[in-house]
Design a protein around this ligand. Structure first.
Ligand SMILES: C[S@@+](CC[C@H](N)C(=O)[O-])C[C@H]1O[C@@H](n2cnc3c(N)ncnc32)[C@H](O)[C@@H]1O
Length: 195
């Protein structure tokens, strides 16, 4: 009951015009037939939007450490007749996915949850196609007594950029249209040390 209430709240937050979900999805240039992993899928707002975008020949993995969240997403998918969505239960350190299939990894408001983000994203590289990208959105640190500040649900952008560089990625694009969050898109370095 509480889980469902919480996840509906997360989805409302993700969908609110203030957080520019349409512009985020547009920026990702998703093609029909793409395979996408939504890491830390939460209530699945983005997962379900991606499932529409990639169409019946595409596939979306909803990945989370919380099986109840995945149950919630599965139910939403069933209700909406969505059949190109697969739920994947992850551990804190990673997940099992097929090798070299992903066009896009999307992680919104998840980076700050990871204890070793560099190692985490380094381990995900094997799931990406050579042309695959990783989109990371996270809260910017800010003062005050709001939820994000009090619970430290944020990451300085320079930390994300450095961790991803160390993990073997290069920066493709930084988007600056989100006021409270950073949004960066990364590609996989072909050779360590090369851009
Ligand atoms: C703040 S919510 C964001 C949900 C969703 N991405 C969104 O933007 O609405 C963070 C999510 O990350 C999940 N999470 C935390 N640590 C994780 C990990 N190591 N691997 C996968 N998911 C994780 C949580 O269970 C939660 O669903």
């Amino acid at each position: 009951m509480f889980t469902s209430f919480f996840l509906k709240m997360l989805n409302r937050e993700a969908a609110s015009p203030k957080h520019k979900s349409e512009r985020i999805i547009e920026s990702l240039q998703i093609q029909e037939g793409y395979t996408i992993a939504d890491i830390g899928a939460g209530g699945g707002y983005f997962t379900l939007e991606f499932a529409k975008k990639v169409g019946s020949i595409g596939k979306v993995y909803a990945v989370d450490t919380q099986s109840k969240y995945l149950d919630f997403i599965r139910r939403q998918a069933e209700r909406g007749g969505v059949d190109n969505l697969i739920v994947v239960l992850a551990t804190e350190d990673g997940m099992q996915l097929p090798e070299a299939v992903l066009d896009l990894i999307f992680a919104r408001n998840v980076f700050h949850h990871l204890s070793e983000p560099g190692i985490y994203f380094r381990n995900l590289k094997g799931f990406l196609k050579p042309s695959g990208k990783v989109a990371i959105i996270d809260h910017k640190p800010k003062g005050g007594f709001g939820f994000v500040s009090l619970f430290r649900h944020h990451t300085p952008e320079e930390v994300i950029l450095q961790e991803m560089e160390n993990a073997g990625y290069f920066l493709v694009e930084s988007f600056d249209f989100l006021s409270g969050q950073t949004f960066n898109l990364f590609g996989v370095k072909r050779f360590e040390g090369a851009g």
